[in-house]
Design a protein around this ligand. Structure first.
Ligand SMILES: Cc1ncc(COP(=O)(O)O)c(C=O)c1O
Length: 460
């Protein structure tokens, strides 16, 4: 593990926080330090039973370590443990949430809009999407929600919870929503909301938001953007390939948008964010709470949120991170995203140029964001899937941690496989989410381990 700067930063900051409350009569909270230390030793030992998510050789799932400033600010806030339901429970942290969310809205050009916007943090992307679809359902009761078959699985489940009918639209061989199939659904006249994913979970595909917005003109529906994974790439839209660039530039026109600071935003888990372009949807949240909202006439975030208690510490950590790394194009944060993407493009390029490894990259083209997927060769789907599994295990023995994903066989070149029923068949593939800025500098070491593991499994 790298030397952790957080304990020393935190100990100074804790003294500063104590000074803020110096006027209160002193009191001591009694803890048995030896007993606590003993338990913490056990905790450290138990936590050793994890993949090393913090390390650049962890290149599997969407797991990015929180920035030290986020960890320190979160831990510091634990001395107060604010609750951002109401100002009664979290005065400073509610203000910090409002400021941090405004900075996120500014990425999409919503913060400057005269009409304003509405937004808040949630405990996850799922909860944020749930709020967006709940509002969508209030605005168009009885109408259907549609999303691509590559949209996150929770959209279907959320719709079921909300008792809204959901339909999956086929995706093309780049994992993007197929617009002809979408239009077929739209012609039925009962689609209330289209969920547009910018950065699908499996391969980081970017649905063509700009073209879907053009269909909105004709058919009239609500557009919800799920940018839980990919939302931050708006900051480097100009560096993306044209279809993705155009999709990101259109985010200003969406009706609602979700982005997860706990994915690409360097935050501890427990931090999603939902934004609504029309602030008047706040009316759907209206409720009375007999217990809270009495210490201030200002907006309490619980008044515009479906959740009641929420970690004020999440807002504090996010605010601190955005102070250090402002969300601006060309800034250090944006450069970090660009480095992960460069690593993904380089891995993809090497896979395409190394036929001796017997892998196949996506036939449709290069990664749109920073997720790379590839199939192993094999005489059958079962053999190709098995080989992917073997390479995955062999890499892990070299401390390189990748992921596996089920993808349609038709997304890959089919030369070596039995083609029967290819449209519907799924094959297990290798997947690498290169979301840490350090991945670019570590790519040679990742490649070395991947090539050695691939040779291993072919008995070379
Ligand atoms: C595109 C997308 N939407 C939604 C989610 C759900 O987010 P969470 O895991 O924060 O609930 C994910 C999670 O990976 C995702 O990738």
């Amino acid at each position: 593990m790298p030397i952790d700067p957080v304990p020393s930063l935190l100990s100074r900051a804790t003294e500063w926080l104590e000074e803020e409350f110096i006027a209160l009569p002193a009191f001591e909270s009694v803890i048995d330090k030896d007993a606590v230390a003993g338990v913490l030793r056990d905790v450290a030992h138990r936590l050793g039973d994890n993949y090393p998510y913090f390390h650049p050789l962890y290149a599997g799932q969407m797991l990015k370590p929180p920035h030290p400033v986020a960890r320190a600010a979160y831990a510091l806030a634990m001395n107060v443990n604010p609750n951002n339901h109401a100002r009664d429970g979290g005065r400073a942290s509610s203000e910090m949430e409002i400021e941090a969310v405004r900075q996120i809205a500014a990425i999409f050009g919503w913060a400057e809009s005269e009409a304003g916007f509405l937004g808040h943090l949630t405990s996850s992307g799922t909860l944020a999407n749930l709020e967006a679809l709940w509002v969508a359902g209030q605005l168009a009761p009885g109408k259907r929600i549609v999303g691509s078959e590559q949209a996150h699985y929770t959209h279907q489940r959320i719709s079921a919870v909300l008792k809204l009918e959901y339909a999956a639209i086929p995706a093309d061989n780049r994992g993007r929503m197929d617009l002809e199939a979408l239009e077929t659904e739209l012609r039925k006249g009962d689609v209330g909301t289209v969920v547009v994913t910018l950065g699908t979970t499996a391969i980081g595909a970017v649905d063509p938001l700009d073209r879907i917005l053009a269909l909105r003109e004709r058919y009239g529906f609500r557009v919800h953007v799920d940018g839980a994974y990919g939302g931050y790439f708006r900051l480097i839209a100009d560096a993306l390939d044209e279809p993705a660039r155009l999709a990101y530039l259109a985010t200003r026109e969406a009706d609602s948008l979700v982005i997860d600071p706990h994915k690409h935003g360097l935050q501890p888990y427990g931090c999603g964010c939902v934004l609504f372009r029309d602030p008047s949807v706040g009316r759907f949240y209206k409720h009375d709470s007999p217990y809270t909202y009495f210490t201030s006439k200002q907006l309490h975030l619980g008044e515009i949120s479906l959740e009641c208690s929420r970690a004020g510490a999440s807002a504090v950590a996010l605010w601190a991170t955005q102070q250090l790394l402002p969300l601006v194009p060309g800034g250090e944060f944006a450069q970090g995203l660009a480095r992960g993407r460069a690593a993904a493009l380089e891995l993809d390029r090497r896979l395409r140029q190394s036929p001796d490894l017997h892998f196949q990259a996506l036939a449709g083209g290069m990664p749109e964001l920073d997720i790379v997927v590839w199939k192993a060769d094999g005489q059958s789907v079962e053999r190709a899937s098995q080989r992917a599994q073997e390479v995955f295990v062999a890499c892990a023995t070299r401390d390189l941690h990748l992921a596996l994903v089920q993808l349609p066989l038709s997304w890959f070149q089919l030369a070596d496989c039995d083609n029967d029923g290819v449209e519907s068949r799924m094959v297990t593939c290798l997947r690498s989410v290169l979301m840490k800025p350090e991945h670019a500098a570590w790519l040679d070491r990742i490649w070395e381990r991947l090539t050695a593991s691939s040779a291993d499994r072919r008995g070379e």
